[in-house]
Design a binder for this molecule. Structure first.
Ligand code: FAD
Ligand code: UDP
Length: 380
């Protein structure tokens, strides 16, 4: 008899399984229909021995000391600050937009004060900021919006920014200074031996039974368990009773090139050219030394594995109906990016999973983090 059947071995499921086993002594059956753990954060050595992320670039960043310390039990870290350049008008310019982005695109020599004034001149002032178009034209004006955001967003989402919530493009800040880091979070790092190794350490516990290549529906009637924690798409759990929730998908084209380095930074964005949105060169993320280099091209598409919830008002209304169904389903708990239909980063999913564990055990998240033995797992 298991205490929990946990569906999905990504961040949400692995944190719940690990936590329930370690802190609360529960017996957990963890299943994933893929042939590996770590969900979309899965990384592995490719045919040339280069560590690559199967489902596109994953960079860990958080402002939560708690969450960083929590994960530090299972990995040591490689300090890494992510940088992205976008190909615009034949130039490579920093993203997020900063002083150098504007000076380079328009051949100007503005300083910070002048850039502030420039944005005041070009910014449009929509009466309310609801969509991703509103938020970007109000920050950088229409021309920069069209050069950097409109095309990329249309490719990535299959929707115009005017059809997407402001929160999508608002993920990308606008800076007056020359800071060209993609993230400014207090903690930015990559697991020293990769995400998959971190997950192996997390799940290495006698109370956890792991079944891969297994859809939970194949086992749910065969094993006994008290409660279920479900991290797959919530509409699928309810057999699409109210219709399909849109999730955006991607196709990944992985390549290994016979040269040491392809591009100056880990990610190049292509807002206006090509069918792909961005190209990632993994050695920048991992620091691995190798005579060859591996890259991935991301081609957005509507059909395929669900990767992104699509933040727009009708989708959140449809999700609310599924959320209500979920809340009325006894002994099943929904957590993670697909099950709660939230465009969450990894650290947010870890936080959400820890909060669920705390509420299931009648304690607080802070308490369960504090109870962890303070141990730095060997990364090798
Ligand atoms: P998932 O990782 O999707 O795990 C869900 C698991 O459930 C899957 O393994 C699936 O196989 C399994 N499952 C589903 N249904 C069933 C079933 N019926 N039976 C059995 N198993 C099932 N976040 C960052 O913080 N930084 C980044 O740089 C970043 N980059 C990203 C880049 C891309 C291209 C994508 C798509 C996401 C990125 N993210 C990033 C987000 C990050 O991937 C997610 O926040 C995180 O992986 C979500 O974890 P999860 O456990 O909720 O979901
Ligand atoms: N975006 C854009 N141009 C860029 C970078 C981002 O238009 O050069 C928009 C786009 O809509 C994208 C969103 O901002 O989907 C969020 O970008 P982020 O890099 O956070 O996306 P993710 O890494 O989650 O795919």
């Amino acid at each position: 008899m298991f205490d929990y059947l946990v569906v999905g071995a990504g961040f949400a499921g692995a944190v719940v399984a690990s936590q329930m086993a370690r802190t609360f002594g529960k017996k957990v059956l963890l299943v994933d229909r893929r042939d590996h753990i770590a969900g979309n954060a899965y990384d592995h050595a490719d045919a040339s021995g280069i560590l690559v992320h199967k489902y596109g670039p994953h960079i860990f960043h958080t402002n939560s000391k708690d969450i960083f310390e929590y994960l530090s039990q299972f990995t040591s870290w490689r300090q890494y600050e992510h940088r992205v350049l976008a190909a615009v008008d034949g130039k490579l310019v920093p993203v997020p937009v900063n002083l150098d982005t504007v000076n380079s695109i328009y051949n100007l020599r503005l300083d910070e004060k002048e850039l502030e004034h420039y944005f005041e001149q070009v910014a449009e002032k929509p009466p309310v900021i609801q969509t991703s178009e509103d938020v970007m034209v109000s920050r950088v004006g229409r021309d920069l919006y069209q050069k950097l955001f409109r095309g990329y967003t249309r490719k990535q989402w299959g929707l115009d920014p005017s059809e997407l919530d402001a929160s999508v493009c608002a993920r990308i800040p606008v800076r007056l200074n020359r800071d060209d880091r993609y993230f400014t979070d207090q903690f930015q790092a990559m697991p020293a031996a990769g995400f998959t190794r971190m997950f192996e350490n997390m799940l290495d516990h006698p109370n956890i039974t792991l079944l891969l290549n297994t859809d939970y529906r194949e086992v749910a009637n065969k094993v006994r368990f008290r409660e279920m924690v479900y991290t797959g798409p919530i509409d699928e759990y309810f057999q699409f009773r109210y219709g399909k929730l849109p999730y955006r998908s991607l196709q990944f084209r992985h390549e290994t090139l016979n040269l040491e380095q392809l591009q100056p930074v880990a990610v190049l964005n292509y807002p206006n050219d090509h069918a792909y949105t961005r190209v990632t060169e993994f050695k920048h993320l991992t620091g691995q030394a190798h005579a060859k280099t591996s890259v991935v091209y991301e081609y957005p598409c509507a059909e395929g594995d669900p990767y992104y919830p699509v933040p727009r008002p009708d989708n959140s209304q449809l999700y609310k109906k599924y959320e209500e169904l979920g809340a009325a389903t006894p002994n099943v708990h929904f957590v993670g990016r697909l099950a709660t239909y939230k465009y969450y980063n990894m650290d947010q999913v870890v936080g959400q999973a820890l909060t669920l564990c705390a509420s299931l055990q009648g304690t607080t998240r802070r308490e369960i983090i504090r109870e962890q033995p303070l141990r730095q797992a060997a990364a090798s």
